[in-house]
Design a binder for this molecule. Structure first.
Ligand SMILES: [Zn+2]
Ligand SMILES: [Zn+2]
Length: 340
């Protein structure tokens, strides 16, 4: 195939807020990597941090870099003697967490929390571009029956599935704090996995409405008094210090709380009140289990147990990135999609 030599990419060029859209050379796949023609990409909360240049971004990014990690694309070139079943023409999604495969965590089955992890579209060039290079080992071959737009939006659903599976929700009441895309997916995943009642909490009304579309039984702007000390499973997706206090209050005695949302600063928690007197079980989740979570996501999507089209609210061309980012930041969006 004749590939172009230049392509459009969203670049973080300087250690400062903002990004630039510019022409760069089409990358070449290194050893055990594939080149994909990007078909769709979606903007993540992480991309907002990168755009705004938060302390987190400063600690994780060395410009210049092409950003974007929630990506689906068609393989156009493979540079590997062992492509692990991948072929030119396959539609693959990228797993953001590029594991080393050799460290202690990788060797005991925890590749998603690899000690030497590289991040696609963060620590190395990503997929807000016309082409992208993805390692063979973090390429997920999609089931062709899944709609293309959903293929790029599997990361938030994967996070949500990992959270809900970690919590164990079958036959339990569940409350989700923070209804961004991952929170919305957590609502849908909790319903799909047999929670008896799912409640969503979010300040903005737009996302409360989306949560209802995703199957929430009840939604509120803040924790109602009747649900204090009442919920079997609490899912904290907001990362907001005040909301975290409400999440702890919502859990019933001996309930389970899962922390996923990353607070921007240190949060104080009353250990005696919640973890000793109330005997809560607290767990945290980081990303998706590789590849266990992806198989679970595939099952939900192929068998239409979760409908991601309900949370895809905006679509833009790659060249309209600034507009897409504006929509994403408005709080009046679910998932924002980019196409080349
Ligand atoms: Zn992401
Ligand atoms: Zn590793």
């Amino acid at each position: 195939m004749n590939l172009p030599t230049k392509m459009l990419a969203v670049r973080k060029e300087k250690a400062a807020p903002g990004v630039v859209l510019k022409e760069v050379p089409v990358p070449k796949p290194g050893k055990d990597e594939v080149l994909i023609k990007v078909k769709a990409a979606s903007i993540c909360g992480t991309d907002i941090s990168i755009y705004d240049w938060t302390p987190w971004a400063e600690g994780h990014i060395t410009p210049p870099v092409t950003i974007g990690h929630e990506v689906v694309g068609e393989i156009v070139e493979i540079n590997s003697d062992d492509p692990q079943g991948l072929a030119v023409g396959d539609m693959i999604s990228s797993e953001t967490h590029i594991f080393c495969g050799r460290c202690y965590q990788c060797r005991i089955g925890n590749r998603h929390i690899c000690e030497n992890m590289q991040l696609f579209g963060i620590g190395r060039d990503g997929g807000f571009a016309e082409y992208a290079v993805v390692p063979v080992r973090t390429s997920w071959k999609n089931e062709p029956s899944i709609p293309l737009e959903w293929m790029s939006t599997q990361e938030p659903l994967g996070n949500a599935v990992n959270v809900v599976q970690t919590a164990v929700v079958m036959g339990k009441t569940v409350i989700v704090f923070g209804l961004g895309p991952t929170g919305l997916c957590a609502v849908a995943a909790a319903k799909a996995y047999g929670a008896t009642k799912v409640i969503g909490i979010n300040r903005g009304e737009f996302r409360r409405k989306l949560a209802q579309k995703m199957g929430a039984d009840e939604v509120y702007d803040k924790l109602p008094e009747k649900y204090v000390d009442n919920m079997d499973v609490v899912i904290e997706m907001s990362g907001n210090a005040d909301v975290i206090q409400d999440a702890l209050r919502a859990a019933r005695i001996a309930g389970t709380i899962i922390f996923f949302g990353i607070p921007k600063k240190e949060v104080t928690i009353d250990l005696g009140k919640y973890f000793i007197n109330k005997e809560l079980t607290a767990k945290s989740v980081f990303g998706r289990k590789i590849w266990q979570t992806w198989y679970q996501v595939k099952d939900l999507l192929v068998n239409k147990k979760v409908d991601l089209s309900k949370i895809i609210t905006h679509r833009y061309k790659l060249a309209e990135f600034e507009k897409a980012m504006e929509a994403m930041k408005s709080g009046e969006a679910g998932k924002v999609l980019l196409t080349p």
